[in-house]
Every structure is written in structure tokens, then in C-alpha cells.
Design a protein around this ligand. Structure first.
Ligand code: MG
Length: 247
């Protein structure tokens, strides 16, 4: 098995950028539009409540269903509002500390993004940070069927195909939520069924999470800073990577 890393695929929200405040603002606006108001929903009351709700749910549909009581039809409507509201909202979504440096240190590798956010919003954010050229592919929710978002492996597999590494090679999928680690595991199950030699290793972006949140599904590796991801890639190149799950 080839042990060097062929590419790094990143989740977007709270892995590359701190978008919690912006996503809360957009979610409040969607709730106001579709449900009449946002202030009667506890999870929309504060950034802290919103973040706690993110951790106890699996992906945005689960969040909207359990916390806002939306049915599938309303969630589809919410999805159709998301991109426009993201673009219109001016709340800052800064790069997480160390991300810029890690991308520069790993510039010899292809990078890509697989996210449940909108591709247009991601592209605009990357452009603003001068990072658009760093990413060879950006898979947003629009590229994948609404009912096949993470943790379903469709987006990740599509991204591998676009990078031309769906046949063989090891790639990292970095994400701050257990849904990302589950997505990587689900992609591996499909690759195995296909008889493909490629494998995805999940890297938990602990630096994008607040303290005190447990992983309900443990990623293969965990990084407490983007710098650790650089070290991880280097350890693969040096064929020193062992079966450690914590760094
Ligand atoms: Mg995320």
C-alpha cells in the first residue's frame, strides 16, 4: 500500500474558516422567513446554544429537523435560501489560525473542499482570503443530491474522482464534526466494495471545535492545530506513520 498522502480534502465550516457567527446569522434569517420568527428557538438564542446544538446533531438537516421542527419540504426551501442569504450576510468568517500557513506548507499537494455549504459562498470566501487558486476542486451541497449530503459519501467520492485519485492512493479528509469522520468511513466502504485501492483517512480538526465536545465517532487522527496536519503528511512521506489516533 502506498503510504504517502496523495491529496488533502478539507471540510469548510470551522475547519478552514470560523463561520459560526455567520451561519447563526443566516440560520436566524431562514427561521424568520420560513417559521415566522427565530427568537422562540433556544438554539438560535446565542452562539453558545447554536454550537451546542451543532454538536448534538448530525448535519444541518438533522439540526433543522430536531431543533427547528422543520419537515423535508421546509428543509428543501431552507436549502434554496441558504446560498443567497450567505452571500448577502456580511458577518465575518475569518480563516482559522494556522490554516494559511498549513496550506502554504503543503502546497505541493492537491487540495480540495467537500462541504455542505454552498459552493458559491465558499468560492467567494476563498477569493476574499486569496486562497481560491489553492483548491483544485470545491464540492458544495449543490453538487450532491439534497438527500445524499454528508455523512453519505457521495460528495467525497465525487471529489476524489475530480482529483483523479479515486483508484488508488491515500488521502486525508480533515473536518471538525463527527459527520466528516463518518463520511470518510462511508467512502471507504464504497471504495472497498468497488475493489479500489484508494483510502480516505479522517483527521479530526480539534482546533475548529470548542473544548469539551466529545467525538461520537472517532476520526483516524486528530489534529489540535493545522500545523499538526502538516506533520502528519510529513510522517507519511517519511513512512513513519504508525497506528496512532492522537497527536
Ligand atoms: Mg465543519
Amino acid at each position: 500500500m502506498q503510504r504517502s498522502v496523495a491529496a488533502v480534502i478539507w471540510d469548510f465550516d470551522n475547519t478552514l474558516v470560523d463561520s459560526r457567527a455567520k451561519n447563526l446569522a443566516v440560520t436566524r434569517r431562514i427561521a424568520a422567513e420560513l417559521l415566522g420568527s427565530w427568537d422562540r428557538y433556544p438554539m438560535l438564542g446565542s452562539l453558545d446554544a447554536y454550537e451546542r446544538a451543532l454538536w448534538r446533531t448530525r448535519g444541518w438537516r438533522d439540526l433543522y429537523r430536531t431543533e427547528l421542527g422543520m419537515d423535508d419540504a421546509l428543509m428543501d426551501e431552507a436549502a434554496s435560501l441558504w446560498t443567497g442569504y450567505q452571500i448577502a450576510d456580511s458577518t465575518d468568517a475569518p480563516l482559522l489560525p494556522g490554516v494559511q500557513e498549513a496550506l502554504a506548507a503543503l502546497s505541493q499537494l492537491p487540495h480540495a473542499i467537500v462541504s455542505a455549504n454552498s459552493r458559491r459562498n465558499i468560492d467567494e470566501t476563498l477569493e476574499r482570503h486569496g486562497l481560491k487558486e489553492r483548491f483544485r476542486a470545491v464540492i458544495g451541497y449543490e453538487e450532491v443530491h439534497l438527500r445524499a449530503q454528508k455523512p453519505a459519501p457521495d460528495g467525497l467520492l465525487l471529489c476524489m474522482e475530480r482529483l483523479g485519485i479515486d483508484g488508488q492512493g491515500v488521502l486525508l479528509y480533515v473536518g471538525d464534526h463527527e459527520v466528516d469522520a463518518r463520511c470518510a468511513a462511508n467512502a471507504n466502504a464504497v471504495l472497498e466494495r468497488r475493489g479500489a485501492a484508494a483510502r480516505v483517512l479522517s483527521v479530526g480538526a480539534d482546533y475548529g471545535r470548542s473544548e469539551g465536545h466529545e467525538w461520537g465517532f472517532e476520526p483516524d487522527y486528530r489534529a489540535d492545530s493545522p500545523e499538526r496536519i502538516v506533520r502528519l503528511v510529513e510522517s507519511f512521506a517519511a513512512e513513519q506513520a504508525g497506528p496512532v489516533t492522537r497527536m
